[in-house]
Design a protein around this ligand. Structure first.
Ligand code: ATP
Length: 302
């Protein structure tokens, strides 16, 4: 079973990824991957039921009883349809936050609510239809390219699939494997191609909440910009763990995590309030981020 292969990989690569994989296995084997679509799907990326509002209240999370909390008493409210970029230095807790929002990690205190309902103890198949998390190492199973793209929404019609192929620039891959019926497997796709497949899957899914955890890091800058534009237009709430300033600038709000109290606001606000963010922006602007526009922001300005 492709999910089993992924499980073995997941065990080898650590806790969160394991949780992500396990969640996939549960949703893949316990039930059909996605529920029936709404009666009249609007273009590509139709919303599921609900709107994708996220509310974190009093969240404290640590990986073990003796570990330092990654988050302490965290509150965060995302309106339905809002786009948030999560930024911060390595190890600050970005992936942990992504896992918490997705309900893949259980906080020690506090709650995560998606459209008003606590994600804890929620039926896995139902949760899978309401949120999708794409991790950095994208999951592809051996099967047709089309089935891989439609994995989270098997009833997506050909027009919708064509739209996502177009928007994400998947033509080259489609041609290379001989069309959507062509077979792909994890070993024959590049890391970037695997990411494109996973992004297309998230785009087509009925979930009103999409969480991208560095899910574009293996794409070149134009492909990444294309993917970001596509997701900016997709209805629903978007949480992007960003590694380039372009993602932060495109998002409505930025959440800076750095081990201290997180700083939330528009780019300019966070830039004014957080030295860590100014450092990151400076680093991105100094060439680590080839697509960084000039924001007028100057690092370390106070
Ligand atoms: P990066 O940018 O490097 O991906 P991040 O901001 O996503 O980092 P996390 O992966 O969320 O950071 O990690 C936050 C903290 O929790 C780090 O100190 C990390 O070492 C720790 N951590 C992450 N996963 C686990 C785990 N499975 N078990 C124990 N500690 C963990």
């Amino acid at each position: 079973h492709p999910a089993l292969h992924s499980l073995v990989q997941g065990v080898a690569t650590g806790g969160l990824r394991f949780a992500v994989t396990l969640d996939r296995i549960l949703t893949a084997s316990a039930s059909p991957p996605a529920p029936a679509p709404p009666p009249e799907p609007p273009r590509a990326g139709p919303r599921g039921a609900g709107a994708g509002a996220v509310r974190l209240s009093g969240l404290t999370f640590r990986y073990g009883p003796h570990a330092r909390p990654v988050f302490r008493d965290l509150d965060l409210d995302l309106a339905a349809g809002e786009h948030l970029a999560v930024v911060g230095p390595s190890g600050a807790g970005k992936s942990t936050l992504a896992g918490l929002i997705a309900g893949l990690l259980a906080p020690q205190t506090g709650t995560v609510r998606l459209d008003g309902a606590d994600v804890a103890g929620r039926d896995q198949a139902e949760l899978a239809a309401r949120r999708v998390l794409i991790p950095q190492e994208a999951y592809v199973f051996t099967g047709s390219l089309g089935d891989n793209l439609r994995y989270l929404r098997p009833t997506a019609d050909p027009d919708e699939v064509a739209t996502v192929v177009d928007r994400l620039g998947l033509h080259r891959l489609v041609d290379r494997v001989g069309g959507l019926a062509g077979t792909v497997d994890p070993g024959t796709l590049s890391a970037g191609e695997r990411q494109l497949v996973a992004l297309a899957r998230a785009y087509l899914s009925p979930a009103p909440l999409v969480i991208l955890d560095e899910a574009t890091c293996h794409l070149d800058a134009p492909a990444e910009a294309r993917a970001e534009r596509a997701f900016a237009d997709r209805p629903g709430t978007l949480v992007v763990v960003a590694h380039r300033i372009s993602s932060a600038l495109r998002a409505g709000r930025v959440l800076l995590v750095d081990g201290g109290p997180p700083v939330l606001g528009r780019h300019d606000d966070v830039f004014a309030r957080s030295a860590t963010y100014r450092d990151l922006v400076g680093h991105w602007q100094r060439g680590a981020d080839p697509v960084a526009p000039d924001t007028g922001a100057r690092p370390g300005s106070d």
